[in-house]
Design a protein around this ligand. Sequence first.
Ligand code: BV8
Length: 233
Amino acid sequence: MRDSQTIVILTGAGISAESGIATFRGPGGLWEGHRVEDVCTPEALADDPVLVHRFYDARRAALAAVAPNAAHRALARLQAADRHDVMLVTQNVDDLHERGGAAQVLHMHGQLLSALCARCGAHTGWAGDMPPGTRCPACGAPALRPDIVFFGEMPYSMDAIEAALARADLFVSIGTSGAVYPAAGFVQIAAHHGARTLELNLEPSAGTAWFDEARHGPAGVLVPAWVEELLAG
Ligand code: BV8
């Protein structure tokens, strides 16, 4: 195997589970009593802005009570070793990769600690509550919304992600059920372009058959072991 590889890593809610953030589709996968598919839509935001804003305010506030785990820290070590060209893409909207030391993180579904202006499109760092009608610091319009990619909205940075998948030597999927597209299709794009593919997950995902190799167990155990194996090679 070439020493330096281009590696694309996709993470999902499972990498944050051991930090105490509930996943979406496991036991207790309801958020504040709601399925993510029911509140994570433009229609829900239009129909009941108070509910949707409160849903994300609660998750933003909960970040203070959680901390990165060994899996987040191991990925940061991989990046810091600078032995490989690593693109870290996450479906997660928490900031645990960053707090775990990751130098580069691509939040394809947005992030809790950011606000999006529905009028001017500006993104603003946001740590507190964001009631409907909060004014945009950039344009002043009462149009701030959670900077979250809802179902039916285009995920961020798809061009960059697809370009990286096309040149990847290795695609690793960590802690995701493979239930949501386009993220769930990344393994197929990577494999089509000749990448080796590895799944690290508690249990087989919906797309597990697409992976060359799958290791099942908690990310806090599997990810550090995989990174040490990679850096020892
Ligand atoms: C788009 C927002 C187009 C932030 C989220 C029919 C077929 C195919 C696709 C579609 C379809 N109908 C509609 C679609 C498209 C739709 C979609 O895929 N729907 C699904 C439900 C069928 N997708 C979209 O709408 C996307 N946009 O397609 O746009 C477009 C084109 C042109 C122009 C405009 C638009 C947008 C999708 C983004 C939605 N936003 N989140 C938030 O609130 O969090 S999705 C949400 O669920 C997450 O962000 C995440 O991405 C997604 C999946 O969740 P996971 O991260 O995988 O978590 P999950 O709980 O499911 O699984 C956890 C896994 O971890 C499990 O496997 C578990 O075993 C494992 N695990 C648990 N503990 C551990 C562990 N693993 C390791 N260690 C542990 N300890």
